[in-house]
Design a protein around this ligand. Structure first.
Ligand code: MN
Length: 129
């Protein structure tokens, strides 16, 4: 099973994401960037994909990704931005910030989320549809 790290401060959203994904992925979840960084730096967890909420207390998802991208060991992990702010221009903004994908909350179509995740996890190979 592919490993996915979910960083989401809202408990309901975090639990919903875990419930949606736990049959298909090995999920580790954190409520803030600090614990995510501590986990990534101190353990052998090397996720295949990151699902990062943008609006997090303290270090936000954009700064968290920046920290991850500056680590040689973690720089190549694909990252999906999770955000409720569905504003025009956001997708290109998040891509320019280093995110590989973008999903708007609330997630109503879990198959769409999984499609984005599968594409990014297997990019370089064939996307599984
Ligand atoms: Mn949040």
């Amino acid at each position: 099973m592919k490993k996915v790290l979910v960083v989401e401060d809202n408990e309901d959203s975090r639990e919903l994401l875990c419930a949606m994904l736990e049959d298909s992925y090995e999920i580790t979840s954190c409520a803030d960037a600090r614990s995510a960084l501590a986990l990534l730096e101190s353990t052998t967890l090397l996720p295949d994909l990151l699902l990062l909420d943008i609006s997090l207390p303290g270090i936000d998802g954009i700064q968290l990704l920046h920290r991850i991208r500056s680590s040689e060991a973690l720089a190549g992990i694909p990252a999906v931005a999770l955000t409720a702010h569905a504003m025009k221009g956001d997708e290109s903004r998040f891509r320019s910030l280093g995110f590989d994908g973008y999903v708007t909350k609330p997630i109503v179509d879990e198959s769409q989320l999984i499609r984005v995740m599968e594409y990014l996890i297997h990019r370089g190979g064939k996307p599984t549809s």
